[in-house]
Write a protein that binds this ligand. Structure first.
Ligand SMILES: Nc1nc2c(ncn2[C@@H]2O[C@H](COP(=O)(O)OP(=O)(O)OP(=O)(O)O)[C@@H](O)[C@H]2O)c(=O)[nH]1
Length: 426
């Protein structure tokens, strides 16, 4: 291998952490991401020159790191809908993908999209304001989405004189709230995104803080595998039939593995038909593989010609998903039109499209207390509630806790085609 190839393969094989950032408007998200990229030397020099120049033009005393992420808003102004921007950077120790979710009004929606594949969420609070409703909302969503690690960054410490007491107060506020949530690992870091305190390097301004910097924490937090490698699930996206002279009977099933491992010789079952067969080959775009696993995109061929079409699920006979039409969900509502009890919606689950009726709104959750709201079941924009639906066709699903891919659904308004809800199967 040439040096370039060695470098490239080292990079590809590097450990990856996906994280998302959440905070309310002006808590300093853009500044923080800019600071992380800048201090970890991930910004290219030409980008930096542009930013310095534009900061000078605006008369900023400090290079305005928020400008680094502002390309996003320009795109939004052009009418291109980008709810989440993915940014990539790496240090010698780890690769990172940041799902950067803009903090405007549609924050719940963006956070759900950005966080659904994240291993970790950074939740920012302004040291002057402490824990506010949005902090609670974001943490609750993070716990619903089964994000295992949260870093609560108490930002703008410079504006509270780097006060240890203030930091401890906020940490206590968040501890008492988060004790009611299912989040296994929470870190607390006092930072100043603007001046770089505790972002990449430990700060001299807060000698009382004994923990690690944000970057060090991001580099070292232990993430389990993103994917369920136990329950084999392959939702079929399409059936390929090239019908070439060489292979007149070829029939391949293409899609993305949603869980477990598949290899030639494995016995499989196709749902909903229940027919069984044996895997002949599994291949990726480039190669025939010895085995494939989540989240690889693959084409599978079987030894028997059985009836399988888009939206069907290939699993193993001794480990099948639940098949059903009556489903309990926690739903995050993403549309300004509230959820219609008894309303009909389109629903997307893995590669399957179906329709559903909302049979019952069981309760709405009060984001601050995490209790049920008594006497009010209207699920409006940014609300979270528990609902029961009935689908027109059976879905092949797992609980969200077990498998994020086969345990989530998207609810769509049939008339406007807008995504109105994101659901996690209980
Ligand atoms: N003093 C001080 N100001 C900060 C700090 N971090 C961010 N700011 C300022 O707070 C303001 C908001 O920062 P942004 O990074 O744009 O905030 P944001 O959360 O990304 O805001 P949106 O993009 O609107 O969601 C800017 O004027 C920043 O310069 C900090 O640590 N200390």
């Amino acid at each position: 291998m040439s040096t370039n190839e060695t470098e490239a393969s080292k990079y590809l094989n590097m450990d990856l952490l996906r994280f998302t950032t959440a905070g309310s408007v002006d808590d300093g998200k853009s500044t923080l991401i800019g600071r992380l990229l800048y201090d970890s030397k991930a910004i290219f020099d030409d980008q930096m020159e542009k930013i310095e120049e534009s900061s000078r033009k605006k008369g900023d005393e400090y290079t305005n790191l928020a400008l680094l992420t502002d390309g996003l808003s320009a795109e939004r102004e052009q009418g291109i809908t980008i709810d989440v921007a993915y940014r990539y950077f790496s240090t010698p120790n780890r690769k990172f993908i940041i799902a950067d979710t803009p903090g405007h009004v549609q924050y719940t929606r963006n956070m759900v999209t950005g966080a659904s594949t994240a291993n970790l969420a950074i939740i920012l609070v302004d040291a002057r304001n402490g824990v506010i409703e949005q902090t609670c909302r974001h943490s609750f969503i993070a716990s619903l989405l089964q994000i295992e690690h949260i870093i609560l960054c108490v930002n703008k410490m410079d504006l509270v004189d780097y006060s240890e007491e203030r930091f401890k107060e906020i940490r206590q506020q968040f501890r008492s709230f988060s004790s009611k949530l299912d989040i296994p690992d929470i870190h607390y870091i006092p930072i100043s995104a603007l001046y770089g305190d505790n972002v990449v390097d430990k700060s001299d301004n807060m000698p009382w803080y004994g923990g690690s910097s944000l970057l060090y924490t991001l580099e070292n937090v232990q993430v389990d595998s993103d994917h369920n490698h136990v329950d084999s699930r392959f939702p079929v996206q399409w059936v390929t039939r090239p019908q070439s002279e060489e292979y007149p009977d070829y029939r391949g099933y293409a899609g993305k593995v949603a869980g477990g491992v598949f290899k030639p010789g494995d016995e499989i079952i196709a749902l909903p038909s229940g027919f069984t067969s044996t895997i002949d080959t599994v291949e990726t775009y480039e190669n025939e593989e010895e085995e494939v696993f989540a989240p690889m995109s693959v084409t599978m061929t079987l030894e028997d010609d059985i009836d399988i079409s888009r939206g069907d699920m290939i699993a193993k006979p001794d480990n099948q998903p639940t098949v059903g039409q009556d489903i309990d969900l926690m739903v995050c509502w993403l549309n300004k039109e509230p959820l219609k009890p008894n309303g009909k919606y389109a629903i997307k689950h893995t590669t399957k499209d179906a329709r559903c009726i909302i049979k019952e709104v069981k309760y709405k959750v009060n984001i601050n207390t995490l209790h049920r709201v008594e006497g009010d079941k209207e699920i409006g924009l940014n609300d979270i509630g528990r609902i029961h639906i009935r689908t027109t066709e059976p879905l092949f699903y797992d609980s969200y806790k077990r498998n994020r891919a086969t345990g989530s659904v998207i609810i769509i308004d049939e008339y406007t085609n807008e995504t109105v809800g994101a659901g996690m199967i209980l």
